[in-house]
Each structure stands twice: as structure tokens, then as C-alpha cells.
Ligand binder design. Structure first.
Ligand SMILES: C[S@@+](CC[C@H](N)C(=O)[O-])C[C@H]1O[C@@H](n2cnc3c(N)ncnc32)[C@H](O)[C@@H]1O
Ligand code: SF4
Length: 397
């Protein structure tokens, strides 16, 4: 573990900065309650000690962004900003406007910047959406997970029934063309008709983007403890696969096409440019407790606890918890892992001779598209998407 503020960015990492898309991620580490499945770096008010209130965090964030822009020399304007969490909507419209102002003052925003905030539907309102639209946000992402009350209960999720879809409609009415709903599938006890009903609600809401994730039982969560005690079974792999097929078929029918294995969009403009930056190996500065950054093959991450984060910045030091320089092998593995999950796939010239041979075998097994392979790209078939991780392992082993 390194000590704070020993970030070492060699000239080679800074070369070409600004010629590639540049993103800013801001981590908001606050939630009203903790959902049983979630292991994100986030804290309820009761869990936070002193020196870690939202006002302290915002002051720390301003300092980090100022130091960040100076550290990068000539800071590139942000092409994309993603305020994630945690629950950014807990900051209210004023707090979210202050976050975006801090990015404007440090890096600046590109003219057509995509500016997203995540939100928990329970802490949103028409006034919040109108306020953040005025402040310059262009995209809203809402955590929905499911429309079925008994599924939400297993997830420890407190929602007024129908609130996520209502919030999506409020966001659209406030002028947001780009609205995402997050779903979780494969929750033990979720029946096919529950998933179908959740999807019907999502698709009727008119959102232009959906992210759907298979439930992961993360170590250290309340969900993992309940699974260990035998109160809840593990998600079943066969159910996850058939759920995914149902999801994909219903989305396609409604005009939402997959562009990454867990993400569907109504048009090319509706794709999340910020996340595409991560998947295509772009540069980004991640600000806030526990946030990860990547510039030119150097990756680093901030200290996790909000109190340590603000205290480090109060001493005018960057709150770096650790860093690593990616080797050529690391970069190759990451590239295959991330780009293969995209609908455009991976150019074959990114693979070595063994990888290309394996890609041909995977195509013969029906996991990669033969037509795309002949055109020079490794693109997952519908079956391949169900086994994406296994295909990656074959291409890099
Ligand atoms: C930061 S949260 C979204 C915003 C807000 N905090 C909320 O929950 O409404 C990001 C998303 O990650 C997904 N997620 C978190 N933990 C997960 C897990 N263990 N398995 C699958 N998806 C998970 C959920 O879909 C969640 O909406
Ligand atoms: S899923 Fe969202 S609201 Fe729930 S604990 Fe995680 S970050 Fe907070």
C-alpha cells in the first residue's frame, strides 16, 4: 500500500492525453440505507464518523479536482462526466450542481459533454430533475432492480411500488432524452413472470437505455450471510441464462439493442459514452473516496473512507491509496476482456496467433460469429454472450 499523494505519472502515461476521450468520474459515498446485496464503497449517515459529512466530502472533492487538473499539466476538458455512487441524488439539485461546477472549474467541459448522474428513485422528484437539467446534466441513471415486491424484499430494497418507472417519466418530462433503468435478474424467488413484468414496466416507461445485471452474491454482504445460513439459495446458473435470453428477446422486440453484454440502447446516441470510455481503454480521473482512475496505462485508486479522504485533501495531498502500471500483458488481457463484451467485438489483430486459432475454434462451437470473423473481428453470438467469460479465457490462454 502506498502513502497518500505519491501518485507517479510518467511522461509516457501523459503522452497523447487529450487526444483520446477523457472522462471524469465522481464517487458519492452516501446511501440512505444499505441494500443487502451491495458492496459498493458507500455509507449510511449512522456509519459515517465526524469529518465525513456531505459538506466535508464536497470540499474534499473540490480540492481533489483542482489538484488533479494541475497534476495532469494541461488538463483535457471532460468529454464525459459520471456522478455515481452510492446515491448522488441524496445531494439534492444544489449539491449535484456544485459537483458539476467543480468539474467545470477544474477540467472544463467539452461542448457536447455527456453528464450522467446515478439516482435512487426514492430520493428523486420532478424538482430535482428540473434542477439538475438546468445545471447541465444530460443523462439520468436510476436503480430499479425489479418491479416485484417479493424480489425487492429479498434484495432488501425499499421502494414504493412503481416509483422507479414514475421517476423515469419525471426525468423525461424535465427534458432528459437519455434515461437508464438498472435491473437485477436471477434473484432467488424471482419467477419468469416477475422478470417479464419488470421488463414490461421498463419498456413501457420509454427509457432509451437499460442495464441488466445478474445478481452477484458479494462476500461480506447481508445477502451472502443469508445464503451461508441457508435462508436463501445461490442464484441458479441455468435460470440466469434463460433470464438473459428472455431479457434480450424482449429488449430487441422493443427496439433496444445490446451494445455491451449487460447494456441495451435504443440508438447509437443513447449509448453511455462514459462507460464506453472505460471499455475501450480511455483515460479518466476518478475523484472521491475509493474511486479508480486510469491514464495512459497507469491505474490508481483513492483511499476508501470518506473521513481519511477529506483529511488527506485538507493537507493539500492527493488521497491515493495505491497505484500500478499495467504491463503489456495486463493491457492485452483487459482489452480482450472488455472489448469482446461489446457488440462491435474485438479486432482480430489484437490477438496473437494462438488467440486467432482459438477464435476460429470458438466460431466453430457457435460462440463467435463466423461472418464477423471473416471480416476480421471477434464478435460474440447470442450463445457466446451467455459464456462471455469462458470465451475470453480461451482467447487469452
Ligand atoms: C450505484 S447503484 C445505482 C444507483 C442507486 N445507488 C440505486 O441503487 O438506486 C448501481 C447499480 O449496480 C447494480 N448492483 C449493485 N450491486 C450488485 C450486485 N451484487 N449484483 C448485481 N448488480 C448489482 C444495481 O443494479 C445498481 O442499480
Ligand atoms: S444499490 Fe445503490 S442504494 Fe443500494 S446500497 Fe448500493 S449504492 Fe446504495
Amino acid at each position: 500500500m502506498s502513502t497518500p499523494d505519491d501518485l507517479h505519472l510518467p511522461d509516457s502515461a501523459l503522452q497523447g492525453l487529450g487526444t483520446r476521450p477523457f472522462g471524469v468520474y465522481v464517487h458519492v459515498p452516501f446511501c440512505a440505507t444499505r441494500c443487502g446485496y451491495c458492496d459498493f464503497n458507500t455509507y449510511t449517515a449512522g456509519e459515517l464518523g465526524s469529518g465525513a459529512a456531505p459538506e466535508d466530502w464536497l470540499e474534499g472533492l473540490r480540492r481533489e479536482l483542482d489538484l488533479a487538473a494541475r497534476r495532469l499539466g494541461t488538463p483535457p476538458a471532460a468529454d464525459t462526466v459520471f456522478v455515481g455512487g452510492g446515491t448522488p441524488s441524496l445531494l439534492g439539485a444544489g449539491g449535484l450542481a456544485a459537483v458539476l461546477d467543480a468539474v467545470r472549474q477544474s477540467f472544463g467541459l467539452a461542448a457536447d459533454a455527456e453528464v450522467t448522474t446515478e439516482s435512487n428513485p426514492e430520493s428523486t422528484s420532478p424538482e430535482l430533475f428540473a434542477g439538475i437539467r438546468d445545471a447541465g446534466y444530460t443523462r439520468v441513471s436510476l436503480g430499479m432492480q425489479s418491479a416485484a415486491p417479493h424480489v425487492l424484499r429479498v434484495l432488501d430494497r425499499t421502494h414504493t411500488p412503481g416509483r422507479p418507472v414514475e421517476a423515469a417519466a419525471e426525468a423525461r418530462a424535465a427534458g432528459f432524452d437519455h434515461v437508464n433503468l438498472d435491473l437485477i435478474y436471477g434473484t432467488p424467488g424471482e419467477r419468469t413472470e416477475d422478470l417479464q413484468a419488470s421488463l414490461d414496466a421498463v419498456l413501457e416507461s420509454g427509457v432509451d437505455h437499460v442495464s441488466a445485471y445478474a445478481l452477484i452474491v458479494e462476500d461480506g454482504t447481508a445477502l451472502a450471510r443469508r445464503v451461508r445460513k441457508g435462508e436463501i439459495p445461490m442464484p441458479d446458473d441455468d435460470v440466469l441464462a434463460s433470464d438473459y435470453e428472455l431479457l434480450d428477446a424482449m429488449m430487441a422486440k422493443a427496439g433496444l439493442r445490446w451494445y455491451e453484454v449487460s447494456n441495451w440502447a435504443a440508438s447509437e446516441r443513447a449509448r453511455c459514452r462514459h462507460n464506453l470510455g472505460y471499455w475501450l481503454g480511455g483515460d479518466w480521473w476518478g475523484a472521491g473516496p475509493g474511486a479508480h482512475s486510469h491514464v495512459g496505462g497507469v491505474r490508481w485508486w483513492n483511499v476508501k473512507h470518506p473521513a481519511r479522504y477529506t483529511a488527506t485533501l485538507a493537507d493539500a495531498a492527493l488521497p491515493v491509496g495505491g497505484q500500478e502500471s499495467l504491463t503489456a500483458e495486463d493491457r492485452h488481457l483487459e482489452r480482450v476482456m472488455l472489448e469482446l463484451r461489446l457488440a462491435e467485438g474485438l479486432p482480430l489483430d489484437a490477438l496473437d496467433a494462438d488467440g486467432v486459432r482459438e477464435a476460429r475454434r470458438a466460431a466453430a462451437d457457435g460462440l463467435l460469429s463466423t461472418r464477423d470473423l471473416d471480416g476480421g473481428r471477434a464478435v460474440l453470438t447470442d450463445n457466446g454472450r451467455l459464456l462471455a467469460d469462458a470465451v475470453v479465457r480461451r482467447l487469452v490462454s
